[in-house]
Design a binder for this molecule. Sequence first.
Ligand SMILES: Nc1nc2c(c(=O)[nH]1)N[C@H]1C(S)=C(S)[C@@H](COP(=O)(O)OP(=O)(O)OC[C@H]3O[C@@H](n4cnc5c(=O)[nH]c(N)nc54)[C@H](O)[C@@H]3O)O[C@H]1N2
Ligand SMILES: Nc1nc2c(c(=O)[nH]1)N[C@H]1C(S)=C(S)[C@@H](COP(=O)(O)OP(=O)(O)OC[C@H]3O[C@@H](n4cnc5c(=O)[nH]c(N)nc54)[C@H](O)[C@@H]3O)O[C@H]1N2
Ligand SMILES: [Mo]
Length: 753
Amino acid sequence: MSGKQRGSDGLEVGRPKRAAAGVTGVAVSMRRSLEQMGVGRSARTLLKLNQADGFDCMSCAWPDPDPEHRHTAEFCENGAKAVAEEATKARATPEFFALHSLEELDAQSEHWLGQQGRITHPMVKRPGGTHYEAIEWDDAFRLVADTLNTLDSPDEAVFYTSGRTSNEAAFAYQLFVRAYGTNNLPDCSNMCHESTGTALAESIGIGKGSVNLRDIYDAELIVIAGQNPGTNHPRMLTALETAKRRGAKIIAVNPLREAGLVNFRNPQRPRGVVGRGTDLADLHLPIRINGDLAFFQALGHLLVEWDAIDEDFVAEHANGFDAWRDHVRALDWDFVCETTGLTREQITEAAAMVRDSNATIYCWAMGLTQHHNAVATIQEIANVALARGDIGKRGAGLCPVRGHSNVQGDRTMGIWERMPPWFLDALRDEFGFDPPREHGLDTVDSIRALRDGRAKVFFALGGNFVHAAPDTGVTAAALRSAELTVQVSTKLNRSHLTCGDTALILPTLGRTETDVQAGGEQFVSVEDSMSAVHASRGPLEPASEHLRSEVAIVTALAEATLGDRHGLDWAGMRADYGQIRAHISRVVRGCETYPANVDRPGGFVLPHPPRDSRTFPTDSGKAEFAVSTVEALQVPEGHLLLQTLRSHDQFNTTIYGLSDRYRGIEGGRQVVFVNADDLVALGIADGATVDLVSHWDGVDRAVHGFRVVSYDTPRGSAAAYYPETNPLVPLDSTAAGSNTPTSKSVVIRLVPA
Ligand SMILES: Nc1nc2c(c(=O)[nH]1)N[C@H]1C(S)=C(S)[C@@H](COP(=O)(O)OP(=O)(O)OC[C@H]3O[C@@H](n4cnc5c(=O)[nH]c(N)nc54)[C@H](O)[C@@H]3O)O[C@H]1N2
Ligand SMILES: Nc1nc2c(c(=O)[nH]1)N[C@H]1C(S)=C(S)[C@@H](COP(=O)(O)OP(=O)(O)OC[C@H]3O[C@@H](n4cnc5c(=O)[nH]c(N)nc54)[C@H](O)[C@@H]3O)O[C@H]1N2
Ligand SMILES: [Mo]
């Protein structure tokens, strides 16, 4: 094909695409499914995906339509890839581990590790050992329990959670950890939407979004900032398409012109597969990285100037409007244009669209949450929404789009190092022990504690901590210094190889598999990004007879560690997950009807006071305007601001393949996207090979051998893939207020290799 450059490394750079999905999307998902699962398994799993009697897709937290509006194939290309990845027929058996030492495995790529298939047996690496070897489940539990029980303090153990864990497993896990005696419950959310939770809790009194799917269909305007739905939430495009057909306008605020935001060919409609598709964004604002706080403040400024404020709403429901108004009035346009890279006309056009809309929804994801000023930026969005009365109104609201399929549910269930006193009181009243009150360690602080020897045990319920966390070198050394690391996992990943003196892999059932316990076949439940809770049942035989469910693992570990301390009925919870749901209904606010409602087709929606009744559970009982000062990020001459993002062919640290189709990248991932004028100014040729070097607090961090790709991105704003670039993200560079690593604003320079 013309315009493609192929390098000796197999990497091919072509032109970025203008439209998402369509026939290629269908073909890719079918090919991957058939390769990994074969014909029968593909049909059995994909037809149950996101159906009321089936299982919840583990690829993202975008909600499902009402049961009567679901398609037979209610999934997307990337959901199908996620299923194929889990339901693969490949197996990593004890024989496999006997053949390959840790050192050999560690020399392989994350992609290769994932391709070895599902782990079939519990495995242990002993101190000084070179290989993992099989271990009996009871011996594994005893090993963990004995180590936990000999620590000087429960606070020397850290219990991480990734966001796939079901509500039942999450509730049992946090119960175990608190009964053991610590609040050290870091999770992937600390690196993800923590800034959202912090910002919204202060602004509207609850850290969750305020819209449902019907609001999306009814919106007049949808602003999508810092999110790439075509890749990361593809089913959102179907909802956006519906909104467009009903007259909505869309503004995309993104340094990149992401394919899914430009045009969408809906693979669930015959015309969408072959036709020209729906143009989605009416306005694309190619904002400079980290320009969003200034941008939303400028929107506020214009809305104030135009008297386009919902004064009744503000008077009745909000505090602090006058201070905010005075602050945004004093806007410095030159500074705003410099910081956003946008013209005053572009910003005015967007503001006029907001002014002319009676119902606006604001969507965002990692492009906003992973910056130093992330909390302030999200509060500025809330300010604009409050000023327009766009909360608790049909077709309007705040829509943070979550990542992992149950990351929101895990939080609701108590996976948080800082759960509020009411939750801990309710745990005490339900279970008769007093949980620890002191806040625990979040992700960044856990790494520091391991690094400094204050933590000695690292336990992970899912995830791939070493590659998800920032500052890979520091995090890897921290994990290696642990006495014991334990990973509850479905598949092999880097964190199994970057382990403590003793290391365990406890293999678990995935969402696609049936879960039979002493009390019969069980189901689990999850909460999506719009607070809808529903049941999930896997259709497939487990990948190995030795697998245990996450609930079974957590409850058995609790028995081994706690004995009959506190007299908790772990065996009962394991036999019948309904017992856990009964506890949830008495402990978690809003879950009173959980056991009765969760298994209804479509489930039920948790209460959200701002959405439901315009009541704001803040200390003052009103929504709060926040005043934030914009400080431009200092990027020294000759440096660029790097965002680390996802390709179209990965799920976080799980690399499905080497095709970032929409951005025109095939066959490799070691690329850095840079503006053409920046390349000229830096004297670096398109296609050159460079090292990326980040500089923080006197320390240089580097990754090597990246191909430069000239790309349509604002000047000064570069992009490269996560997790290959995580070594560049400094552990101590975090968002103010949420402590989220600043993975979207890393100051780097390009050094010709
Ligand atoms: N297939 C697939 N689905 C996924 C995932 C996956 O890896 N693969 N991951 C899941 C998870 S855990 C999450 S959290 C979500 C992540 O979903 P996204 O947030 O969409 O993920 P990223 O790839 O990090 O993309 C960030 C987007 O923000 C833009 N951006 C970067 N910096 C800025 C900025 O300063 N301002 C603005 N306005 N935009 C900016 C980038 O150009 C990019 O389009 O997806 C979930 N779904
Ligand atoms: N530089 C940079 N870093 C980032 C980000 C970024 O944008 N840039 N994004 C951050 C974000 S948003 C997130 S959410 C984190 C993600 O951090 P994590 O959630 O820790 O990482 P994942 O890659 O999603 O975890 C994948 C592993 O989970 C295991 N797994 C899969 N399914 C299951 C299951 O059903 N049960 C169990 N027990 N295990 C399972 C498999 O072994 C697999 O290898 O990364 C963060 N890190
Ligand atoms: Mo995430």
